[in-house]
Write a protein that binds this ligand. Structure first.
Ligand code: PRP
Ligand code: URA
Length: 209
């Protein structure tokens, strides 16, 4: 299986990413941009949804059409993944939402699990794991392990900025999971931050700096 990395190069996504990276962007605007980026990138990710044929009647007669034929689940890695959920729900309001609480141990950078609440029937669902930052990849790998233990079969990872090392780690440990991102940064510093990245996504989103 060839692991997939899809870089969303749409000008609107790139423009919003630029504003998100800008340290002058205040939390209120940061939140709004994260939400909008969630919607735009979600549109790309959900291209893989299964559809079925359906005929509807227009005022002029029958129209052979298509409709979505798969349950959708968005899973936010807390905290920063929450920022993308409102935008994703704008385009797929029928989706169900899961939460995976992880924080990185400051010394080891390993993810520490503190909360998991997932919808049922993940095995039949199209699951989108959301976390704007893919740094060492430890959090994503752990969250993917949790989802697969709960029988999820079709999973995409949605991240706004990915480090090269994070992409390599997810591809190595979960080669079946396509990664959608808006930017790939080369450097991961000694404390596991993406450089240039955008700083601490959770802190910028929730104004806890
Ligand atoms: C950040 C970010 C990711 C994780 C990425 O969360 O939102 O979840 O780090 O890093 P990794 O790829 O090296 O695992 P953090 O642990 O800071 O928690 P927070 O969102 O609650 O602040
Ligand atoms: N988490 C963030 O929020 N930013 C980084 O650069 C790395 C981890």
């Amino acid at each position: 299986m060839t692991p997939k990395l899809i870089v969303c190069e749409h000008p609107l996504i790139q423009d919003k990413l630029t504003a998100l990276r800008d340290k002058k962007t205040e939390p209120a605007m940061f939140r709004r941009l994260m939400e909008e980026t969630g919607a735009l990138m979600g549109y790309e990710v959900l291209r893989g949804l299964r559809t079925r044929k359906k005929t509807v009647r227009t005022p002029m007669g029958p129209a052979p059409s298509l409709c979505v034929d798969q349950s959708i689940v968005f899973v936010a890695i807390l905290r920063a993944g929450l920022g993308m959920i409102p935008g994703l729900l704008q385009i797929a309001p029928q989706a169900r939402i899961g939460h995976i609480g992880l924080y990185r141990d400051e010394e080891t950078l390993n993810p520490v699990r503190y909360y998991v609440r997932l919808p049922k029937d993940l095995d039949k669902s199209f699951v989108v794991l959301c976390d704007p930052m893919l740094a060492t990849g430890g959090s994503a790998v752990e969250a993917l392990h949790i989802l697969k233990t709960d029988k999820a079969k079709q999973i995409c990872l949605l991240s706004l900025i990915a480090s090269k090392a994070g992409v390599a780690r997810v591809h190595r440990e979960h080669p079946d999971v396509p990664i959608f991102t808006a930017g790939v940064d080369a450097v991961l510093n000694k404390v596991g931050y993406i450089v240039p990245g955008l700083g601490d996504a959770g802190d910028r989103l929730f104004a806890t700096l």
